[in-house]
Design a protein around this ligand. Structure first.
Ligand code: PXP
Length: 250
């Protein structure tokens, strides 16, 4: 049976716009509340080491205002671990982070750091956070995630989304095949599978159609669309694209 598919709306880029001028507007917490009302199943926010978009105060504001789960994205650093343990969000997604990158460019190397990451996630799990690993759709990374006891993986859709955007259809199909295979493999070894990064109205369908995928996290495109149609309408349309693809594939 195909399980329901959740939509996590990433509100980082509301903060990007706010920070371009300083001050309080637009407010990411207000955006998160609009997203909840529009049908988001959760809110995702990435507190980066350099605080380029979401701030510490935003995380505190989200924790007190949200009625739906917060998926807190962070690098595996002691500073971020302490913040997560203080707030105890519903979910913590570990992502690789480089200061010079424009966005999260690759997946986390769980296979190369499994001892350290296993120790790192233990207190987060003990605190009740559902820990996920943002990884490439690669068998070794899924195996390592399961080995260290992460209950969830989020497969990086960036290469798929880029191929779609640049009309490289063979590459798109190859990337989709990897995500398809690894979503099935992940579910078979007991992991909950999420997918995210770079998804749009066009590219979301084939991913939403994968029966093992339980959650999509989508931000930049939705916030960009919101400039033209409003956040409520942009989220409802994304939700519709997802639901349609899911229904068509059932
Ligand atoms: N999932 C993860 C783990 C991410 O790091 C990001 C980007 O911050 C997203 C999903 C959302 O990606 P986008 O903003 O491109 O939709």
């Amino acid at each position: 049976m195909t399980e329901p598919l959740r939509l996590g709306v990433n509100i980082d880029h509301v903060a990007t716009v706010r920070n371009a001028r300083g001050g309080d507007n637009p407010d990411p917490v207000r955006a998160a509340q609009v997203a909840e009302a529009a049908g988001a199943d959760g809110i995702t926010a990435h507190l980066r080491e350099d605080r380029r978009h979401i701030s510490d105060a935003d995380i505190a504001g989200l924790m007190s205002a949200l009625t739906k789960p917060l998926n807190f994205e962070m690098a595996a650093t002691d500073e971020m671990q302490a913040i997560a343990l203080r707030h105890r969000p519903h979910a913590v997604c570990l992502v690789p982070e480089k200061r010079e990158e424009r966005t999260t460019e690759g997946g986390l190397d769980v296979a190369g750091n499994d001892n350290a990451l296993g120790a790192f996630i233990a207190p987060l799990r003990d605190a009740g956070c559902r820990v996920s690993m943002f990884i490439a759709a690669d068998k070794a990374q899924l195996d390592a995630s399961a080995r260290i006891g992460a209950p969830v993986v989020e497969l990086h859709a960036g290469a798929y989304a880029d191929a779609w955007a640049e009309a490289r259809w063979d590459d798109r199909d190859a990337e989709l095949a990897k995500i398809t295979d690894m979503a099935a493999y992940g579910a078979a070894i007991g992991l909950e599978v999420h997918v995210g990064h770079g998804l749009t109205y066009d590219s979301v369908g084939p991913i939403a159609a994968l029966p093992q995928v339980r959650e999509l996290n989508i931000g930049h495109f939705i916030i960009g669309e919101a400039i033209f149609v409003g956040l409520d309408a942009a989220i409802k349309k994304m939700r519709h694209c997802m639901d349609q693809a899911r229904a068509d594939s059932a």
